[in-house]
Each structure stands twice: as structure tokens, then as C-alpha cells.
Design a protein around this ligand. Structure first.
Ligand code: HEM
Length: 424
């Protein structure tokens, strides 16, 4: 028998929006105790049905009948600043664009990217060597931004670096703004203005980019050489979205992983051993780095960089006997599944070894989503993560921190307060 999900309206004015921003995990876990795994809540003035079971999550990601729109779902949470990025396209149109972008993520292109980022990583390490400690999140964010700049913006004149960082930060901030109309002085208005400037920047660059440089940008520009390829405007739109997709995701995994290492000397030493003799630009070598992989997996389990995915319901349909009306939203929550003790042994404990001890695939694990929109950068993200970790353990005998790390896991994970890491 089909049934309607139970509705919890929350605060009469704000619904659940504020609590969701402050502590999404405990909000949803409390509602699960009350209603079970499926319930409807109100966020940003829209009613959203939450499906918090592994099977419904898989069904919605795979979406065999094209019932769920990623475009309208993400538009709802990201606003207009990332319009026409890959996650903001659907079905045949998405398939076409994904096909064109996919080429920029082929194996030999990734090797080129790894070569391009080596000098930036080496400069970062040299800089750390002159210090006794560093602010973890701030440093990771800076490093990931520098890497994105090099790979995404191609050659840029240093005097524009700060300006580009500001434009990009404004675009991201607009995505988490509670005000959803671009009124004067709002984050959204600022974000949309920043988008315009970035679009102009990328379009101009696309005309003059040096194809031989083998950056992600030049790879993408190559696709417009075909008759059915991308226009410079479309390339600019994809670049803006790629910056978002690549930047905060890798920053947050590195932040929690490095903090874990700063409190676990034994694992740090094991990673040092693993990194021995590895070439950091060789994909086969990087793939063999199982301990670093387990650290990456655990970072994404505890604090998935995309903690929730939202989809718009295109037409009346049902999921696991729950009736859904067309024109409403559904959300699935890797953050909630990854921290559910029904599926994980002591989920509160940050323990990379849980991924080493077992050959079984846990079907409650969705760090890169699934189906048509599965993360396009997932392999590159893992190689980049391992590069940073290996560079760190091979260059420093010891890293430590006496400060606990408290992460607010949604809408994107970030530390409530940055922590200091001491190095020697
Ligand atoms: C730890 C790092 C990362 C994580 C956990 C991650 C996670 C995700 C997830 C969950 C999605 C899909 C969301 C949904 O279906 O609703 C996604 C999409 C995407 N990601 Fe990543 N991502 C990471 C890094 C990267 C990097 C480094 C790049 C590019 C260099 C990238 C490029 C993309 C793209 C292009 C999409 C859109 C795919 C599509 O819609 O077809 N990601 N990512």
C-alpha cells in the first residue's frame, strides 16, 4: 500500500533551515528517531522528502526512469551561480556534456595534471619547512585554490590571483545563502556578479589558451575544435562549476585526514613506509597506496564533502511505497548513512583501518554519489589527496596537534574553528 511520508514542519517561519545549517546530522538523526528513515521537512521554504535508507539512496541516484532532476535539485540549493555546470544538467543534455568533459579526465590527462601540480606542492612543503606550525583548514584551502588556479585558469598573472580568489569565493558563498532572490547587498547578488566576471574571464582565456600546456582548461578547450563541441561560453560555464566541484571537496577531506594523522603517530609512520619508493606521478603506484586510500575513504565516510544530494521530482512517482508528488523535492544523505550505527561499527570513531580490515563493500557508502552524475573527478581527487599526504609524511618526522577538530558537516564540511598543526 502506498503511503505519504510523515511531515515535520519545524519552525513556523524558518522551517528546518537554520538547524540544518548549524547541525544537519543531529537534526536528521533526531527526526529519524521520531519518524524512521523517510519523512518530509521544510528547508528554504520548500518541502523536501528525506530518504535515509541505503536502498532508496541507490534507487534515487540510479534513477532508472528519469524521474529525478539533478539540475532543478541543485539549482534549489546552489542557486544560479553555477548554472549549466554538469550537475545542473539532466538526462540527454547531461549525457552529451558529460561525454565531452569525460575526455579531460582520461588517464594520460590525469598524469599531466599530476606533473603540473608537483612544483606547487614542492613550494608548499618548502614554505612549511620555514614554520613551526600552520593553520590547518586555511592552509589546505589555500593550497587547493592554488592547484585549481594552475590547472583551471591556465597561466595567470599573479596580480589577478587575489581578485580571482575573491570572485570565486563570492560565487561559492552565494550557494549557501539563505536569501534566494538576488536583492541588493545579498550574497546571492554578489555571487551572480562574480559569476559574470568569471564567465568573461574564461571566455577570453579560451580564445588564447596554450593547448600544449595540458591543463584541465586546455583539455576542455580542445573539445570545441569539433563541430559538435562546446562553445567558449559553455566551456566558461563548465569551468566555474568544476572549480566548485574540485576545491572545497578536496580541502575538507585533507583537513580531517591531516588532523587524524596529527594525533596518530603509528598511522603516520605506516604512511611513511608506504610512500617509500613511490613515484607521485605514477597512477599505478598511487593506486597501490592502500593505507593512504583508507585514510581518504574514512575522511569521506565521516564527513562526506557532498553530505546531501537534492533531486527535483519530475512527475508523480513512488519510492519504496512512498508516494511522491511531481514538483516537490527529495534529498538523500550520505552524511546520515555514513554515520549510522546500523551500517558501521562505531561510526563516531575516525578509523581509516575499517577500510583495510575488510574485503566487503559496504552498500551504505556513497561518497561520490552514483548513477549518471557519479563524480567525474573521483580518481583525480584520490591521486591529489595521496600526493599531499605523501609529501607531508616524507618531509616531516612528526606532526601533532593538541586542539580537537570540530567539523560542521553541512551544507559543506568545514571546521567550526581552525586548528593549529605543529610540524618538525
Ligand atoms: C574528495 C573529493 C570529491 C568528492 C567527495 C566528490 C563528490 C562528488 C559527488 C557526490 C558528486 C555528485 C553529486 C550528486 O550526484 O548529487 C560529484 C559530482 C562531480 N564532481 Fe566531484 N567530488 C570530489 C572531487 C572532485 C574533483 C577534484 C573534481 C574535478 C577535478 C570533481 C568533479 C566533479 C564533477 C564534474 C561532477 C559532476 C558530475 C555530473 O554531474 O555528471 N569532483 N562529486
Amino acid at each position: 500500500m502506498m503511503t505519504k511520508p510523515p511531515l515535520d514542519k519545524g519552525n513556523p517561519i524558518f522551517g528546518h533551515s537554520i538547524k540544518f545549517n548549524n547541525d544537519a546530522l543531529s537534526l536528521i538523526q533526531d527526526l529519524q528517531v521520531k519518524y524512521g528513515d523517510v519523512f518530509e521537512i521544510s528547508i528554504l521554504n520548500e518541502r523536501v522528502t528525506m530518504f535515509m535508507s541505503p536502498s532508496a539512496t541507490k534507487h534515487i541516484y540510479l534513477d532508472p526512469e528519469d524521474n529525478f532532476s539533478s539540475k532543478h535539485g541543485w539549482e534549489f540549493s546552489l542557486g544560479k551561480a553555477f548554472e549549466n555546470g554538469l550537475m545542473l544538467r539532466d538526462f540527454d543534455d547531461h549525457k552529451f556534456h558529460r561525454g565531452l568533459l569525460q575526455d579531460s579526465f582520461r588517464r594520460d590527462a590525469l598524469v599531466n595534471y599530476l606533473h603540473i601540480i608537483q612544483p606547487i606542492l614542492d613550494e608548499w612543503i618548502e614554505n612549511l619547512k620555514s614554520k613551526k606550525s600552520f593553520n590547518l583548514y586555511e592552509t589546505m584551502k589555500g593550497l587547493m585554490f592554488k592547484i585549481s588556479i594552475e590547472l583551471f585558469f591556465d597561466e595567470i598573472d599573479n596580480s589577478r590571483l587575489k581578485e580571482l580568489e575573491r570572485l570565486f569565493t563570492d560565487s561559492i558563498k552565494s550557494a549557501t545563502s539563505v536569501v534566494r532572490t538576488p536583492l541588493p547587498f545579498t550574497k546571492l547578488k554578489k555571487g551572480l556578479k562574480a559569476r559574470q566576471e568569471l564567465l568573461t574571464y574564461f571566455q577570453k582565456k579560451a580564445e588564447t589558451v596554450d593547448i600544449d600546456k595540458k591543463t584541465l582548461f586546455s583539455e576542455l578547450v580542445k573539445t570545441n575544435k569539433h563541430e559538435t563541441g562546446l562553445s567558449n561560453y559553455e566551456i566558461a560555464e563548465h569551468m566555474i562549476f568544476l572549480l566548485l566541484a574540485a576545491h572545497d571537496t578536496t580541502t575538507s577531506t585533507l583537513t580531517s585526514a591531516i588532523h587524524h594523522l596529527s594525533t596518530n603517530k603509528n598511522f603516520y609512520e605506516q604512511l611513511k613506509d608506504e610512500s617509500n619508493g613511490i613515484s607521485f606521478t605514477d597512477i599505478a603506484d598511487l593506486k597501490n597506496g592502500l593505507k593512504a586510500e583508507s585514510l581518504f575513504s574514512e575522511a569521506m565516510r565521516k564527513y562526506p564533502p557532498v553530505p546531501f544530494s537534492v533531486r527535483y521530482v519530475m512527475r508523480d512517482t513512488e519510492v519504496e511505497n512512498y508516494k511522491l508528488d511531481g514538483g516537490t523535492y527529495v534529498a538523500i544523505g550520505p552524511l546520515v548513512l555514513h554515520n549510522d550505527e546500523r551500517y558501521w561499527d562505531r561510526p563516531d570513531t575516525y578509523n581509516p583501518e575499517r577500510f583495510l580490515d575488510t574485503d566487503e563493500i559496504n552498500d551504505s557508502y556513497f561518497p561520490f554519489s552514483g548513477g549518471a552524475h557519479t563524480c567525474l573527478g573521483k580518481f583525480f581527487a584520490s591521486y591529489l589527496f595521496k600526493n599531499v599526504i605523501y609529501k607531508l609524511v616524507t618531509n616531516f618526522d612528526n606532526i601533532s596537534s593538541s586542539e580537537p577538530l570540530s567539523i560542521n558537516p553541512a551544507p559543506i564540511p568545514y571546521p567550526r574553528k581552525d586548528v593549529k598543526i605543529s610540524i618538525s
